[in-house]
Design a binder for this molecule. Sequence first.
Ligand SMILES: NC(=O)C1=CN([C@@H]2O[C@H](COP(=O)(O)OP(=O)(O)OC[C@H]3O[C@@H](n4cnc5c(N)ncnc54)[C@H](O)[C@@H]3O)[C@@H](O)[C@H]2O)C=CC1
Ligand SMILES: O=C(O)C(=O)[C@H](O)COP(=O)(O)O
Length: 370
Amino acid sequence: MKIVVDENIPGAVQCFGQFGQVVTRSGRQIGPEDVLDADALIVRSVTKVNQALLNGSSVKFVGSTTIGSDHLEIDYLRAQGVRFCTAPGSNAESVVDYVLSAICRLDGLLEKLLAGGRVGIVGYGNVGKRLGHRLSALGIPWLAYDPLLDPQLYTCLRPLDEVLCSSMLCLHAPLTVSGPFPSVHMLDACALQTMPKNAVLLSAGRGEVVATAELLALIDSRPDIRLALDVWEGEPEFASALAQRCAITTPHIAGYSVDGKKTGLRMVAAELADFLGRDLSLDDGGESPVPVVNCVGDSAAMVIREAVLAVYDVAEDSKRFSEIIHAAERGRQFDLLRKHYPPRRELAYCDLRAANPAMASLLRAVQGGI
Ligand SMILES: NC(=O)C1=CN([C@@H]2O[C@H](COP(=O)(O)OP(=O)(O)OC[C@H]3O[C@@H](n4cnc5c(N)ncnc54)[C@H](O)[C@@H]3O)[C@@H](O)[C@H]2O)C=CC1
Ligand SMILES: O=C(O)C(=O)[C@H](O)COP(=O)(O)O
């Protein structure tokens, strides 16, 4: 059995090696000739898995170690009887950690939210729900927009115009181009200009959800809006004029925790084992050691900042990105930052300790416990 695997999936060679011969390729360069005689294909979000890639190939299983599925031509895979899977929820906690880190790093934002400033969440799925849960635990008010869910089941759901009117808007919708509520360019000039004064826009779903040209046209007249962008239209290329204007700018790494990647790999490996009717052996080093963080602050904001930034400081990623904004071959540099991403743990896997016992419940809230 031949399994073609994106070379940038940590642990994949060993994991999929138990099922057959593993051949690694650069995800953006996997072409029809690579998969012609393959039985399975394991990808990340950078490989378009469509008719052009698979036509005439022997691939019968496609696994993507990602949450997003916009790179898969699902109708085609179904029509061809190709079994496929993604890894729903695998790195959702990592994305929430990213949002919390951005909140801690944007001057005054944490204090504003703790004092009653509201977060608006667009896309109330695995990421949106976990984000809402963590914000509630911290006592931060929030609302969500998700037109595909029943507002009678989820009372947090509100119309988009109301959600846009928040101190911070967090975009976590998937990229869709059809159906009743396509998300492509849903954040256009009309929507963006209704954002309140001094609002923050954080985008960590897919870059194409924001109409980049319209955002670029707007930002000169709205210097008050602060931007935290992790995803970009046309990755790995990105608009340097937009990146330059961001308070936080990162190369699509919100979901890049060690824990999230490991979960994604395990989910896809389990699906392949099931497809093949084989047992799965997960000899991937088991669980990693638990990092210990000691927090000494004596105010809520101090303790939250200490804990969150000790585990994951988005400013470090933002600094690395700022160094490539004007580089030659920006797209290649963007991919290199992703390829050589430093190990990062999720808050939920850390042992957070407070010197002041009164702060202990706050640290549980940072991790999602209430
Ligand atoms: N920046 C990063 O590193 C990462 C980005 N992502 C992106 O985030 C997206 C969301 O992730 P999950 O929450 O796990 O996905 P999910 O599939 O669990 O939830 C997505 C939610 O968005 C809703 N939705 C669909 N169209 C919408 C629209 N037009 N407006 C508002 N809501 C809409 C859906 O009804 C669903 O409830 C993924 O599809 C992926 O593209 C995911 C992981 C990491
Ligand atoms: O899971 C998703 O969806 C993502 O966007 C990933 O976290 C990042 O994508 P890859 O680098 O794994 O393609």
